[in-house]
Design a protein around this ligand. Sequence first.
Ligand SMILES: Cc1ncc(COP(=O)(O)O)c(C=O)c1O
Length: 468
Amino acid sequence: MAVSVSAIAGVRLNLGNGYPIPSPTRSRTVVTMAVSVADNKLTLTKSEEAFAAAKELMPGGVNSPVRAFKSVGGQPIVIDSAKGCRMRDIDGNEYIDYVGSWGPAIIGHADQQVLAALNDTMKKGTSFGAPCLLENTLAQLVIDAVPSVEMVRFVNSGTEACMGALRLVRAYTGREKIIKFEGCYHGHADPFLVKAGSGVATLGLPDSPGVPKAATYETLTVPYNDTVAVQKLFEANKGEIAAVFLEPVVGNAGFIVPKPDFHSFLRQITKDNGALLVFDEVMTGFRLSYGGAQEYFGITPDVTTLGKIIGGGLPVGAYGGRRDIMEKVAPAGPVYQAGTLSGNPLAMTAGIETLKRIKEPGTYDYLDKITGELVHGIVEAGKKAGHAICGGHISAMFGFFFTEGPVYNFEDAKKSDTAKFARFFWGMLAEGVYFAPSQFEAGFTSLAHTSDDIKKTIAAAEKVFREI
Ligand SMILES: Cc1ncc(COP(=O)(O)O)c(C=O)c1O
């Protein structure tokens, strides 16, 4: 969901007062990137050197695009280690981390209990390509927790989970069209890569070269929270829509909450039209509550996709749902889907230990409290310094936009001042706070964040807001 702040061709950008955005490295020459903050100089010499080398080895120097900091200019910090809610880069700078590996780290990084369990499991082998007991344990935990899930299939990423769910809903309904919402991300499989902004009944156009038109032809897109647009699509495509896919709370266009009737409307219209409702809970699963967004909002979809937290920091995804739907998946049924490393013992172990921890009483009250304090503190500090800003949170997921708001969909989100966000991002980094390097990503807290971390973050924000 990258939106560039401006062209950054080798110049040191200064998008206003203070906090210039460091220029990207063009060669292996070592350039010290110093963010000009009076009493807090961020030196990123080693990061820059490592990233220059990385760019020769991997496309854009990264293995996932948003890590490259394109939305905020400059170049990424290269991480050496992470513990609890802190990350340390290879230059020795330490940050309070609100990315949490993009969601999995809900109990904090390198948790002792998870590491010990991984160590024990590892001694028995890292992958069998055959059933193991740990798969049963994690499956039972997921089924017990997530209201819609009666059976589950583990895969290795959220992308795979959404791909599997898509094939399944098409096979189950015998229909091919799906509705997805602008700004929602369901991984990088072809049918989900559809340009946002196409009108109500417009057929999708591929969002990336290499995606054939045929792959997205059956993907219909509408703005998030727009019930009228969904209704029109169902009327125009009677008996043809297999499923509605959505992020029940959007995280991939920034943090956007559903209007009060949105989920119940989707539940009803899918039911009335013989279509399935798919909650993509890769991000919200076990984050908004132990039973995910569906438990939080009290709406039960037909199929759910999961990822991130259920792998506890190792690569895991899953899709699950009603038994009669899931029994269509091979080898119980004819819908083919497979994976060499799916259900491997290490990933299952990290997931099991993570879920055990967050299942403990008080988890979500604590997460909601500290996250509420964080967002309230940041938004109030921003307003006090004269900035247009709005934000919100649910449990351990949050976000804020540099616009007055309200933000109900991706178009609203795009009204944000992304150049100001970039200055804010670099200012906060210089103060030792690591937010997602894009205005259009949600933030995450964890059980490892303390009230003291939140206070430090707000104090840093107050300072940065005065200077951007
Ligand atoms: C809602 C949602 N679905 C799917 C995905 C894809 O997951 P992965 O990156 O594990 O492939 C993501 C990733 O951020 C996501 O947020």
